[in-house]
Design a protein around this ligand. Structure first.
Ligand code: SAH
Length: 368
């Protein structure tokens, strides 16, 4: 695909802003490019856009089937009982999207009135447009709701946290192995004339998060990704007790190399440089690294378990049977295909994984 020229009058304003920054100060890392694309205060995708859903850029599990949020609601109720039913308890969601997951979870939690009475709900969201969507989705919920820019601002105390497709948003660094240069070089973005181009940064020792043996035994051109914000997220979790978190995302559970950064716009893959600020850009989550970071912070980790298996073990089939029994034939067909999409290993069931983390809770969270 031919990159667009900076002179194009229809060029996104963020592309102009980034090009000016690179022209002024030199190439920037992929991490800093992604951070600007996603979080620039004026034009960042997760500041300005509400791209989730059929009419948007991408679709997520809670938008595919109500059973997803319902089972997560039941999981939260069970986690609360395992904690000894603390009151108050913070029910936190990181990146709640359109608010669908939380609405489905709170609806099903009517069967656990004690939990609902004890819980205050905290939505951590950067996008103004999505905050509005969440407010609308939760308008009829009796729960006490509040919004925050950062998990660190959620009031202290026992907490149960849910994050579906949140970690994949956090920008990654990429390092490329280059034996001729003598090691790993951070992948950068520079300008060639008027066009964004990949460039190689200075030689680094072992990239953060990569063990020394894998670092020296790599092939030329191998790409290693590291997500610097994860350490801070885990430290903020580890500061709470009792605490239980459910992290659901797409990613890998073995050490892996490769470029997993992908831009999506209007349900199609887009080029990384096509329209900064106008496409959703994510990268696979390194579940093994996440687990290690949690263990280093003295948390207990369970999983990762393939999402399909996790949903089936939590009771997707009996809940599906209840819903299907009440549905019209047309609705039942749609429900069946939605649930199959979540569970089928060839669709979302295996690529997506579930990791649970706890602190100060003795029993393993269901269904581990
Ligand atoms: N969990 C939702 C949405 C996933 S998309 C669902 O499953 O449908 C990612 C969500 O995280 C969006 O709501 C996005 O605006 C939000 N987000 C991305 N980065 C964030 C950050 N650093 N802090 C808070 N919210 C963020």
């Amino acid at each position: 695909m031919t990159p667009r020229l900076l002179r194009d009058s229809d060029m996104p304003p963020l592309a102009k802003k980034l090009a000016a920054r690179i022209a002024d100060a030199g190439p920037i890392s992929i991490h800093d490019y992604l951070e600007a694309c996603l979080y620039d205060s004026e034009y960042g995708y997760y500041r300005t856009k509400a791209g989730i859903g059929r009419g948007g850029d991408f679709i997520t599990a809670p938008e595919i089937s109500q059973v997803f949020g319902e089972l997560i609601g039941l999981w939260a109720g069970a986690a609360w009982r395992q904690m000894g039913e603390p009151a108050p308890v913070r029910l936190v969601e990181l990146g709640p999207g359109r608010g669908t997951l939380m609405a489905d979870a709170l609806r099903v939690l009517k069967i656990a009135p004690g939990f609902l009475a004890a819980a205050t709900v905290h939505l951590v969201e950067t996008s103004k447009a999505l905050r509005d969507a969440q407010r609308a989705a939760l308008a009829r919920s009796p729960a006490c709701l509040s919004w925050h820019d950062d998990f660190k601002n959620v009031p202290s105390g026992p907490a149960i946290l849910i994050a579906n497709e949140f970690l994949d948003c956090l920008p990654v660094q990429q390092f490329v192995f280059d034996s001729a240069a003598g090691g790993w070089r951070e992948r950068m973005i520079g300008l060639e004339g008027d066009v964004f181009r990949f460039a190689a940064g200075s030689v680094a020792q072992t990239p953060p998060g990569l063990d020394a043996a894998a670092a020296t035994g790599s092939e030329d051109g191998a790409i290693f990704e590291h997500r610097p914000a994860v350490g801070g997220v885990i430290d903020a979790f580890a500061a709470r007790s009792p605490f239980a978190a459910l992290l659901i995302d797409y990613g890998y559970s073995r050490p892996s190399f490769g470029d997993t950064v992908q831009a999506v716009r209007g349900h199609r893959f887009a080029g990384l440089f096509d329209a900064p600020g106008e496409s959703d850009i994510t990268a696979h989550v390194d579940f093994l690294g996440l687990k290690q970071t949690a263990a280093d912070a003295k948390m207990k980790a369970f999983g990762p378990m393939p999402m399909g298996e996790w949903l089936l073990r939590l009771g997707l089939e009996p809940r599906a049977a209840q819903l299907l029994a009440r549905a019209s034939e047309e609705d039942a067909n749609e429900m069946r295909s939605g649930m199959a999409r979540l569970v089928d290993p060839a669709q979302m069931g295996a690529l997506f994984k579930v990791l649970a983390l706890t602190n100060g809770v003795s029993a393993p969270p269901p269904p581990f």
